[in-house]
Ligand binder design. Structure first.
Ligand code: TXA
Ligand code: MG
Length: 319
């Protein structure tokens, strides 16, 4: 089978310049990218993902200087965050500049923007005269891709290139921060922990909503979901007892069940949150492909990236 996965950066430049889409690597997850100024490309992003138009896109830029062309106003704390964490897994929601098309922002007067921390995508952005809009490169509601093969599996008939940047090293989406007046508010937990953010700007409030009208419209209760029924529990062994006649897959943080009859993925044997986050979606993709009756996932400790991982697991298991 001819593969759409390639490292050819000039091909990506040419496709994007011609209003086509390219899946791009970032340190969080792969994005489905298009020229923010091309109506054709942006519409294609929504149709390819089957994403509703009320859900705005994140704009990716390559340097802080370019922020002026995207945002009309940058609060003091946003400047501090940008200089502390960009390039990196932090998205800022700011008052938008008029030049940013309404299609990108779903008609909102704010725009989400970040500098991704991946050398290939930074190089690509530097070769292009326009920023890239890029939502995660998965169909609406399904598990985000952290490897080129995940994207190819989803979209091999819809896009011409997945720019190969290897596995995403952080593995879950960026943390999103907006501003209500000058006060920072976390709209989506993500790959940058609240602890790290608070070390720089002090206490922040978290509005990581789970209802159907969240501040970040993409934060619907059910999201990031495998096709296999998935449960999130504190006690994996006890849960297994309840499903003894079923084909079970288990996803744990650090402990193995030592049971050969059960398909199991341990995310980090040494108990590192970063490693667990990096492997989370690949493990979900892997278990989902095994034709199991049920996936039982272990709840993480509620601190550091454990919080962000629990958020994703909760959305993956929400009915
Ligand atoms: O790590 C990431 O952020 C990845 C990589 C590719 O950069 N992108 C990503 O995009 O996760 P997406 O579209 O899957 O999630 C973007 C989230 C959505 O929940 C969307 O509603 C929210 O950002 N968002 C975008 N613009 C917004 C705005 N103006 N106000 C509030 N939320 C916004
Ligand atoms: Mg997404």
């Amino acid at each position: 089978m001819e593969t759409i996965i390639s490292k050819d950066i000039q091909k990506a430049v040419s496709l994007l310049t011609n209003n086509e889409l390219v899946a791009i690597p970032t340190e969080t997850v792969y994005g489905l990218a298009g020229n923010i100024f091309s109506e054709k490309a942006i519409k294609k992003i929504f149709s390819t993902k089957q994403r509703p138009f009320f859900n705005p896109l994140i704009v990716h830029i390559s340097s802080i200087e370019k922020l002026e062309s995207i945002a009309s106003y940058v609060p003091e704390k946003a400047k501090i965050l940008a200089s502390a964490f960009w390039p990196g897994s932090l998205t800022l929601v700011l008052k938008k500049n008029n030049a940013v098309p309404d299609l990108i922002t779903a008609g909102k007067d704010t725009v989400a923007v970040r500098i991704p921390n991946h050398p290939i995508t930074l190089q690509l952005l530097n070769l292009l005269p326009f920023p890239l809009a890029a939502p995660s490169a998965n169909p609406f509601g399904s598990i985000s891709p952290t490897k080129p093969t995940h994207v190819a599996h989803y979209f091999k008939n819809n896009i011409q290139q997945v720019l190969d940047g290897g596995s995403c090293k952080n593995g879950i989406e960026s943390t999103i921060i907006g501003f209500e007046d000058e006060t920072p508010v976390v709209y989506r937990l993500g790959a940058l922990s609240i602890e790290k953010i608070e070390a720089v700007i002090g206490k922040v409030s978290v509005k990581n909503n789970k209802e159907n009208k969240p501040d970040a419209p993409g934060m619907l209760a059910r999201h990031y979901a495998p096709k296999t029924t998935t449960l999130l529990v504190n006690d994996v062994r006890a849960e297994i007892q309840k499903h003894s006649s079923k084909k079970i897959g288990v996803l744990t943080f650090k402990d193995s069940l030592n049971d050969d009859t059960i398909t199991e993925i341990v995310l980090s044997k040494n108990g590192f949150f970063e490693e667990a986050a990096a492997k989370l979606y690949a493990a979900m993709h892997q278990l989902d492909a095994k034709n199991l009756d049920i996936i039982i996932a272990e709840r993480f400790p509620e601190n550091d990236l454990g919080k962000s991982i629990n958020d994703r697991l909760q959305r993956a298991t929400f009915k």
